[in-house]
Design a protein around this ligand. Structure first.
Ligand SMILES: [Zn+2]
Ligand SMILES: [Zn+2]
Length: 307
């Protein structure tokens, strides 16, 4: 089952004709994860063909408006649709320090009856800590504190390794399908007719994929730690190195910083997003990063990536 990513917004601060503000949807098996939810994200979903009812988790990087201002509308819509379905939808919202309080304020800013069950998970990883914030049988999510002007989190989606049993090999050893094969599938060693069978003898381990999303931050140690060995790093780069000083002052990254982060973290592939409206084409951003890392793309709205 592939992981599918849809970039719903790829600009920083202000929506432009070409780029909406930040939002990205990850779909995997029957789960949907929305990374940030800038203004207009719902409409972007319509255009991209993303079903908003499929959102189970919202992972907020931080509370700057361009990353969260679409959330109230999304909650309202999900609630309204519920009237027909009669089952109250559940939305898990993860975010940094103050998320509980800010969600409470946000829900008071419009007049509507909230019919969505909101499970708020306020995360406060310590400096230097990587927190596992969600885990199920297929994947887990980790978060770490970044270095922005306000509390900000980076997230990693980590698919669990899967073991593929070779039934031919299993049968050769005299085993048929049953609880022992189930144990081998789980990675356990089993004994059959006095023979010890290890999972390695009859199966192959497929390494799970790791995708890391680093939003607003200066280049920092925890971003590198979190992104370690990612198959795909999605990273903000508001500016090119030419405006390095500006990036530093506002605690943002340049495209070169994003590429350095990818290199230092040993990330295979880099996709840059959160581009400042000042860049009318992507060539300056792309060149700046490509000087440092060999697999760089610049995201555009509605770009889809399958892994
Ligand atoms: Zn931003
Ligand atoms: Zn910000």
């Amino acid at each position: 089952m592939p992981i599918e990513l849809t970039f719903l917004g790829t600009g920083s601060m202000v929506p432009t004709k070409e780029r909406n503000v930040i939002g990205m949807f990850l779909s995997y098996k029957n789960k949907g994860i929305l990374f940030d939810c800038g203004e207009g994200t719902q409409r972007q979903m319509n255009i991209a063909g993303v079903n908003r009812n499929k959102v189970n988790y919202v992972l907020l990087s931080h509370w700057h408006g361009d990353h969260v201002s679409g959330l109230i509308g999304l909650i309202q819509t999900l609630g309204n649709q519920q009237i027909q379905n009669e089952e109250r939808p559940i939305l898990h919202i993860f975010g940094p320090k103050e998320t509980e309080e800010r969600m409470e304020h946000m829900l008071k800013t419009c007049i509507f009856e909230n019919k969505v069950v909101l499970e708020i998970h306020e995360l406060n990883p310590k400096r230097g800590e990587i927190l596992t914030v969600l885990e199920n049988e297929d994947f887990y999510i980790q978060a770490a504190r970044l270095d922005h002007s306000v509390p900000c989190l980076g997230y990693s989606f980590i698919e669990k390794d899967t073991r593929k049993i070779d039934m031919g090999k299993v049968k050769k050893l005299g085993l048929t399908e049953g609880p022992l094969v189930g144990k081998l599938q789980n990675g356990d060693v089993v004994k059959h007719e006095d023979k010890v069978i290890t999972p390695e003898m009859v199966s192959e381990l497929k390494k799970g994929l790791k995708i890391t999303v680093i939003m607003d931050t200066g280049l920092c140690e925890m971003a590198i730690e979190l992104a370690k060995d990612s198959d795909l790093l999605i990273c903000e780069a508001t500016f090119s190195s030419e405006l390095g000083e500006k990036a530093e002052n506002y605690k943002h990254m340049t495209a070169k910083d994003a590429a350095l982060l990818a290199n230092n973290a040993n990330a295979k592939r880099l996709i840059i997003t959160h581009i400042s409206q000042r860049y009318k084409t992507t060539s300056e951003i792309l060149d700046d990063a490509k000087n440092v890392h060999n697999s760089v793309e610049v995201a555009y709205d509605f770009m889809k990536v399958k892994l």
